[in-house]
Design a protein around this ligand. Structure first.
Ligand SMILES: O=C(O)[C@H](CS(=O)(=O)O)OP(=O)(O)O
Ligand SMILES: [Mg+2]
Length: 229
């Protein structure tokens, strides 16, 4: 398996032929939040193109749960925080998620044959799905900070190592993520819509036994859990 690391800014500014397999990484916090949403019972997550689209979908489907990053906002039911979401019962619900980085990354590769969304909480399940898929080449998309986020690159490199069978030890990758700008800003309360446990929750290796697969359904990009027992 050939692995490449791509940054979201390049993908958005210079659209090219979609990769066959893309793994979109957002450790802090979109795909940690998505994994918690599934753990709390959500059936699926619609990745919205814009805040307006998220609100329009919510208006059309009042029972859907609209979630955005940043502070709480009118029309939205939740924020992009694993610490806050873990006490919400989402049994059977559809979540509509719009964030600055993570959701944008998945939408940028929606033409790929297989799109996985990941963070450390689903690292091993994601690596295992890549191994079973036997993809010849995989592009990892680093989403945070215009594709320069250290926590996302560390997670991408870790999953790539696991997927290619290298005996990768997680400790150094988690240490890099823990020292990242996002981790520091979340811990210092510089970013908004934050629970004090968010950084720790984003660094929980293999918290969940499922990968997360995004695919187009009726022109919407929909994320679903994919059990990897
Ligand atoms: O909610 C997040 O962690 C970020 C937005 S910010 O950097 O905190 O303002 O969005 P994400 O797309 O999950 O990286
Ligand atoms: Mg991020």
């Amino acid at each position: 398996m050939d692995t490449r690391f791509s940054n979201i800014a390049d993908l958005v500014e210079t659209p090219s032929e979609p990769p066959s397999v893309a793994v979109v990484i957002d450790v802090m916090r979109a795909y940690t939040v998505a994994a918690w949403a599934f753990a709390q019972g959500a059936e699926k997550i619609v990745l919205a193109e814009s805040l307006d689209e998220a609100l329009a979908l919510k208006a059309r489907h009042p029972d859907w749960v609209a979630l955005k990053d940043g502070p709480p906002a009118p029309g939205f039911d939740a924020v992009n925080s694993p610490g806050l979401l873990r006490s919400v019962d989402l049994g059977g619900r559809t979540v509509v998620q719009k964030t600055t980085a993570g959701t944008v990354g998945a939408l940028a590769v929606k033409g790929a044959r297989l799109v996985l969304c990941a963070g450390f909480v689903v690292a091993e399940a994601t690596a295992r799905l890549l191994r079973t898929h036997d993809a010849p080449d995989v592009v990892f998309v680093v989403t945070g900070e215009d594709g320069r986020a250290e926590e996302d690159l560390a997670c991408a490199q870790y999953i790539a190592g696991r997927a290619t069978g290298a005996g990768t030890d997680a400790a150094e990758f988690l240490r890099r993520a823990a020292a990242s700008r996002a981790a520091v800003e979340l811990a210092q309360g510089i970013r908004q819509g934050v629970h004090p446990d968010d950084v720790a929750l984003c660094l929980e290796l293999d918290r969940f036994p499922f990968a997360m697969v995004a695919a187009l359904e009726d022109s919407l990009m929909v994320l679903r859990p994919h059990a990897m027992p």
